[in-house]
Ligand binder design. Sequence first.
Ligand SMILES: Cc1ncc(COP(=O)(O)O)c(C=O)c1O
Length: 466
Amino acid sequence: MNEQLKNDLTHLDSLLEAVKLQGLGFLEKISDRPTSVTASFPSDGTLNEIGLGGLTTLEAFNNRFEKLLVASAGPRYWGFVIGGATPAAIAGDWLTTIYDQNTQATQGQGDLSAVIEMETIKLLLDLFDLPRDFIGGFVTGATMSNFTCLAVARQWLGKQLGKDFAKDGLTERINILTATPHSSTLKSLAMLGIGSNNLDKVKVMEGNRESIDIENLDLRIKALNGQPFILITSGGTVNTVDFDDFHAISKLKKKYNFWWHIDGAFGAFATCSSKHKQLMSGWENADSIAIDCHKWLNVPYDSAIFLVKEQYKILQLETFQNSNAPYLGDPMENFSYMNFLPENSRRLRALPVWFSLRAYGKKGYQEIVENSIEMANYFGRFIENNQAFELLALVRLNTVCFTLSGDENQEKVAAFLTNLNGTGKVFMTPTLYNNKKGIRAAFVNWRTTVADIELVTAEMSKLIKT
Ligand SMILES: Cc1ncc(COP(=O)(O)O)c(C=O)c1O
């Protein structure tokens, strides 16, 4: 055995203890750690011959990179839609690395850790109050989840036309209807060979909304003259967290032949709050759903699930099966995740989720979700009541989309945000909404409190005066 490896193995406890203490130090001070860094580091791409050993490497990391890492898991990182990690999720994540399973199968011999993944999917279905007729699995993020679901949708559409796209490639135009898809959906369409331009935008509802106008959708469907299509819906949209009307779409589903996909990356968690649950009402009738776990479930990156109705198992298998590997056996008899999603080798991504769900239960998640919504509303009220700012849309759930008041100040939005992020006390991201430059603050982190909002609003008030 290599000397450095042997030494690290002998002193594994010191290495892991040092990492544990460092981790605890980081987590204890996460609220004080900057949310932005601007430093640039000279890169050193030369690999040392003998190696440093684990503890010296930790020192090297600390000397060079530790300060580069921001408090994105902390309470005031409101850009994009960034969650944190609950204590139990961190424990599960550590164990995922330590046990280092290649999660595929639920029966037979060898690694059977997919049993844990299957159970975790059931727990999530329970959390979301969804029926059990979905096949679910873990992928790296909602982008890959959208990709996975739309890949099965593509195969379904082919079948409607008597084609097998998975085997023979795309030979037909694929009709896609949608209103306000997330950019990751367009990316998925590009990766699937469908094309990111190849979609028909349905009108959105009147009154500063991003959700589908159902009447217009009905007209667009009729214009397709019975051709099959894929409907991509949002629950909710990333800019203003608008939700498509899943009840109305459920009714259309009875009338027309289409694949219905929901991108519920973070909006799906509205179901954890009895007050907001109705936003997702009817979603159980969708054919496929994408949900992120590294956002509102507050588990570490990278973690998301796809849910595809079990009745499409064969289409899913046709899409993802490893066809040319007799040693894997009959995929219909020996279930293996590698035949139902993009990756072959994969980590036990379910374990942090299993830990966090078991540790905090339905009540824990209800409180996390309701707290985030309360924080968004608290911050939204500050924007509404401050003449220097204006809301670009109603605060519907957990995101505040706002700008500087007055058209004359549009040119100042970017500089204001740069200065605000430059304080290192908060991080928000720019956006464009209805042709206006804006700023988004998304609340999904379990740690955020009123004191955090007040700290940020004080900084904003200070900056706006300068
Ligand atoms: C609605 C929606 N869909 C998809 C995604 C992509 O998620 P991920 O970055 O986890 O791939 C996001 C990310 O913010 C999102 O908000």
